[in-house]
Design a protein around this ligand. Sequence first.
Ligand SMILES: *[C@@H]1O[C@H](CO)[C@@H](O)[C@H](O)[C@H]1NC(C)=O
Ligand SMILES: *[C@@H]1O[C@H](CO)[C@@H](O)[C@H](O)[C@H]1NC(C)=O
Ligand SMILES: *[C@@H]1O[C@H](CO)[C@@H](O)[C@H](O)[C@H]1NC(C)=O
Ligand SMILES: *[C@@H]1O[C@H](CO)[C@@H](O)[C@H](O)[C@H]1NC(C)=O
Ligand SMILES: *[C@@H]1O[C@H](CO)[C@@H](O)[C@H](O)[C@H]1NC(C)=O
Ligand SMILES: *[C@@H]1O[C@H](CO)[C@@H](O)[C@H](O)[C@H]1NC(C)=O
Ligand SMILES: *[C@@H]1O[C@H](CO)[C@@H](O)[C@H](O)[C@H]1NC(C)=O
Length: 350
Amino acid sequence: MPSIYFTLSAAALAGFASVAQAQTNITTNACADGSNYSSCNRNVANNWSSCVNDCNGDGNCMVDCGCTAHQEYINCMAQSCWNQVYSCEYQLFVQQYFSVCPSAVEPIPFWPAPDNAPNRCSCDLGKVLQNTLTARKEQVTCMSNVTDQTVSEASNGSIANLGNGLDIAKQATDCACCGASASYSAAWEVCPNTVPTLAGADLWPVFFPDDMPNMYTSIPNWAWDTCDSTLDNVQCQDIGFNDSSDKFYKPGDFPRNGTSTLSNVAGTVTAPPSGTVITWSQASSTWTVTATGYDAKAVASQSDYRATATGTGAQYPEQTSVDNVNGAGNVRPVGGAVAALGFVGALMAL
Ligand SMILES: *[C@@H]1O[C@H](CO)[C@@H](O)[C@H](O)[C@H]1NC(C)=O
Ligand SMILES: *[C@@H]1O[C@H](CO)[C@@H](O)[C@H](O)[C@H]1NC(C)=O
Ligand SMILES: *[C@@H]1O[C@H](CO)[C@@H](O)[C@H](O)[C@H]1NC(C)=O
Ligand SMILES: *[C@@H]1O[C@H](CO)[C@@H](O)[C@H](O)[C@H]1NC(C)=O
Ligand SMILES: *[C@@H]1O[C@H](CO)[C@@H](O)[C@H](O)[C@H]1NC(C)=O
Ligand SMILES: *[C@@H]1O[C@H](CO)[C@@H](O)[C@H](O)[C@H]1NC(C)=O
Ligand SMILES: *[C@@H]1O[C@H](CO)[C@@H](O)[C@H](O)[C@H]1NC(C)=O
């Protein structure tokens, strides 16, 4: 893992405490089994705090504790609050998970929310983040292509070719501008009506792969707002970016900003969306979680539930959905990523 995650100062520890407290923002008493959910969450918080204490200030260890705690919170959701998994709150929680846990990988249960899911967030936050994660992968591949060429030129003894630094810097700049553009554009593309910062327009600085060894040494002064002319002259799809999932707006040429805040659309998730037993994995851990608080009849009437969280983009079953944004209720949006971003930001500043 990148070295930025290894060291922690007292200031970063203070930032950590606030992330530990932020938890999930799920409305406990609206959960399928609220009392089970609330004791489950309390157990996670206790686990998290004793895990952190046992780290004796080791930053890497504390990051691992944060990963584990977020995974355990997701298990609490799958167990007893599966009816709120498409909400803005859960989607923000997953965003927070990816931003505090460098080893987080797709697929994540119930994320992104399927199209037309009942009680889903008015902006598909999962899809915005997923585009950002894809942009990061594409950018890393694009950048490796540049460095691979450099290495192969060097290993052929044609050191003279390395003098072609301008060309390397140009290609690296192309990769960086396309990656940033794909990520920023996603917030406007996926959620055109939502205030961009709420939709995830601020995610890229968190996920920008600037920690890759040697990746940006050739473009030390790169900045997103200098990308207009680069993007005029490069076709991002020609250097490995997927133009069916990505849009590539230029810094000076974005669509109009949306003005809506986040809310949950109406509709009720009446049975555990992935079936009564869900299995999912991260890194070397696998969990099997059994849902509680469901009505067996509702489950039986929808027998084609996905059994596991493996495989992204799989179809979810049809569920009752009412596309009425007004019925939303108690959503407290924003914040989600922000505390976590502050946390990671604090780490990165070290
Ligand atoms: C939640 O319910 C399940 C199934 O009844 C039970 O096994 C589990 O211990 C409960 N968890 C908590 C924290 O109460
Ligand atoms: C807390 O940690 C213990 C020991 O690792 C684990 O068995 C338990 O499942 C954790 N609690 C929750 C709610 O995940
Ligand atoms: C380096 O040499 C190998 C094998 O001779 C060749 O395949 C490769 O294309 C060369 N690379 C460059 C950049 O000239
Ligand atoms: C890698 O670089 C080579 C040489 O510039 C180019 O032909 C190729 O399309 C690039 N591959 C990707 C995936 O960008
Ligand atoms: C590009 O994105 C589309 C839509 O997300 C996907 O179906 C396709 O497989 C992607 N192509 C590549 C080469 O990753
Ligand atoms: C639109 O939103 C972005 C991101 O918050 C902001 O930087 C930009 O200034 C906004 N544009 C306008 C015209 O308000
Ligand atoms: C929960 O809400 C608080 C207060 O608005 C916010 O600071 C925090 O980041 C939120 N956490 C998540 C995961 O949404």
